[in-house]
Each structure stands twice: as structure tokens, then as C-alpha cells.
Design a protein around this ligand. Structure first.
Ligand SMILES: [Zn+2]
Length: 238
């Protein structure tokens, strides 16, 4: 029981951290798989992430049914989370963002690639999910389990997938790493656009470099996580 209380506190912090870094604004969301019930996950009710509090967190099963008497309005795009947890048993946390820095790479033939070691988890570049391919004209939102499954298929065994004209998802085997990847996907997008704007040829991390750099960085995620938690809990610069 204490582990679930701590996890919910971390999930609330994750909402505030991602809002503070402008990876999430009034939209986007972050979830975590239930630590004891692998076919359940925890996600806020439909609310701006910066405002999310403990009482907003709802437990869902993979059929997107709220557990218990929880009747709070959920996010429309619940299926992003349910279907990724269904298809990726290794995934413990999911972030979905509409970052305006990332979106250009979802509509351009220029692939999002790792510019520096901090975003080495982008190794090989991020695929783009185009909802129009299988579902024709939509409002671009992932509303159905079929659409969530198609997104999960594009993500494959990777950790980031862009969503054409919409945003991106990132997944990891713990919550701090998913938050880390969301923040550094956003930063990498800014840097890649700066590098391209310089006009010269851009050299990205190659696959072997990226593998090595990610091995190093993933072992250090607790350092920024501790800092970011302190920043949002201190109540300063919010
Ligand atoms: Zn969305």
C-alpha cells in the first residue's frame, strides 16, 4: 500500500515537472502502470497537468474502465495508454505530449534524430504514426483501442513515436525515465532545428554511439529526477 501511495505522489510530481518544462501545457498526459496489477494503470482525470493533485488520479483497466466508484471525466485519449500497456509488457510509464518543438518533425520528411548524448535514447530516429493511413479523416486524436493499437504498432519496441500533426509519445520501464525522455525529446527537437538552421551538414549520433551514451545516461536519471521533484515541491518558479 505504501508503494502505491509513493507512486501516486511521483505521478503527481511527474505532471508538474512536465508542465514546468512546457512539455505538457493544458493538454497531454502522463501515466504509470499499476505496480501490483500489471493490467491496470494510473492516470489523472481530464485536467491540465500543472493542476493535477492526488485526488485526480484514477485507476483504469486495459479496457479503459475506471476502477471503483470513480466517475470523474477521463482524458479522451485513454487508448494511447491502455493499448501501449497491452502491447508492451515491459513499459511501466507513458507520456503523451503536444510539444510545439516536436510537432514539426511529425509533419516533415526530416526525421527526428539524436543531436547530442542527452537524447541518445532517440537512437536510429523516431518513427511517425500517421492516423490517416488506417483511419482516414479523424480529428487526429487517438480515441479508439484500434487507433491506440496502431500507434503501439508504430512505436514497436522503440521508446519514442511521433504522431503526425499532433505530438508524440514516449515510454520507459519506469516513470522517471519516461519523464526524462519526454523532456529531452523536446530539447533535442529544439537543438535539431537550430543545427539545421545553421545551414551546414548535420552529424547525428550514430547507432553505436547512441547505444553507448544511453547506457551511460539511463543510469543517471535519478539525478535530474531528484532535482525536478525538488523544484516542483518547493513551489518556487512554478
Ligand atoms: Zn493528444
Amino acid at each position: 500500500l505504501s508503494s502505491i501511495i509513493a507512486l501516486i505522489a511521483d505521478l503527481v510530481d511527474a505532471n508538474h515537472i512536465l508542465a514546468r518544462h512546457e512539455v505538457l501545457d493544458a493538454y497531454g498526459h502522463v501515466s504509470v502502470r499499476h505496480p501490483h496489477k500489471p493490467d491496470h494503470f494510473l492516470l489523472s482525470r481530464s485536467r491540465a497537468p500543472e493542476l493535477v493533485a492526488r485526488g485526480d488520479i484514477i485507476e483504469f483497466d486495459l479496457d479503459r474502465k475506471a476502477i471503483g466508484a470513480d466517475r470523474q471525466k477521463p482524458y479522451v485519449e485513454l487508448a494511447i495508454h491502455s493499448e501501449i500497456y497491452r502491447f508492451r509488457p515491459d513499459v511501466m510509464a507513458v507520456v503523451h505530449s503536444h510539444s510545439p518543438w516536436v510537432v514539426p518533425f511529425s509533419v516533415s520528411s526530416t526525421r527526428l534524430m539524436p543531436v547530442y548524448h542527452m537524447s541518445s535514447f532517440l537512437r536510429g530516429g523516431a518513427p511517425v504514426f500517421d492516423i490517416r493511413k488506417d483511419f482516414g479523416v479523424t480529428d487526429l486524436l487517438v480515441r479508439s483501442p484500434e487507433q491506440g493499437a496502431a500507434l503501439a504498432a508504430t512505436l514497436g519496441s522503440g521508446n519514442v513515436s511521433l504522431m503526425r500533426g499532433h505530438g508524440f509519445v514516449t515510454v520507459a520501464n519506469d516513470l522517471p525515465t519516461a519523464v526524462f525522455q519526454a523532456i529531452y525529446t523536446d530539447l533535442n527537437s529544439r537543438l535539431q532545428q537550430q543545427a539545421i538552421a545553421l545551414g551546414g551538414e548535420v552529424t547525428y549520433l550514430d547507432r553505436a554511439e547512441a547505444d553507448r551514451a544511453w547506457q551511460t545516461n539511463r543510469a543517471t536519471v535519478s539525478r535530474p529526477w531528484e532535482l525536478w521533484k525538488k523544484q516542483v515541491r518547493g513551489g518556487k518558479r512554478k
